[in-house]
Ligand binder design. Sequence first.
Ligand code: NAD
Length: 297
Amino acid sequence: MAAKVIDGKAFAAKVREKVKEHVTRLVGEHGVTPGLAVVLVGENPASQVYVRSKGKATTEAGMKSVEHKLDETVSEEELLSLIDTLNQDDTIHGILVQLPVPDHIDADKVLAAIDPAKDVDGFHISNVGLLGTGQKAMVPCTPLGCLMMLREEHGSLSGMEAVVIGRSNIVGKPMAQLLLKDSCTVTIAHSRTKDLPAVSRRADIVVAAVGRPNMVTAEWIKPGATVIDVGINRIEKEDGGTRLVGDVDYDDVAKVAGAITPVPGGVGPMTIACLLANTVTACCRTHGLAEPEGLTA
Ligand code: NAD
């Protein structure tokens, strides 16, 4: 039987609607408008597109959106000074520095400068530690989006066998922590893992976050498993153009999986939805107000 397609675009629209409702309540009942500041350094075309769509989505959700576009040559000191200003700004509840930053800027230093309470990307070491110890943290948007889709699909994830392929700080590791928090039995596989197909085949849930087009094939998947494809890879088409594919060979895996996310239209739209969700969560925590249900880990 063909796998159920998990429609990330439709689910993200629901999450964004929920965020918008909560924002309306915050504005109407408490006079508080959540605000997100996005900082972009340089002219990276992909980053420019991301920043534009993040700003648009923020405004559509009824929140305040601020964009700071800095020249490629901006000094680390100037960037840190801007972050300090945003940390002090009471109208800003979330700060996101679009990565990558130019080589002369130390990205770790920049991330460490963001107030952890406003760290809507969840990359600050304090939030990494809070998540790792099972405490209330700001959680990275992409893994949070994957978790929301899995919860929507399965309800409780307790006792499920999960394999996360990829161990990056922004996807693989936090994804594994979130699945562990939801009581899965978690394996993190990576480039040095022996017999990766066999490891993957154990899983009720496979999350692929590698960056290698179509790497995961049907032989890697236990029949009926849920497959979440985080990968975004641009490959050449026969006609000379390009198209996006994930880390999962979609057509092949869809024959054996129980449910699968497509690329595009799976995890991608959930990432921005979760950025909005995190901004509302950060705002509620700052003001000591009730957090929106179903939008946090
Ligand atoms: P990364 O390069 O930082 O990490 C990749 C991980 O894959 C590494 O931990 C590495 O050990 C592992 N790996 C590499 N080759 C492997 C192999 N042959 N077998 C097993 N594991 C291997 O990448 P990342 O930032 O975690 O991103 C992973 C993918 O997810 C990329 O395609 C990226 O574009 C995509 N991504 C998508 C979103 C989204 O919103 N959908 C967000 C972030 C990243």
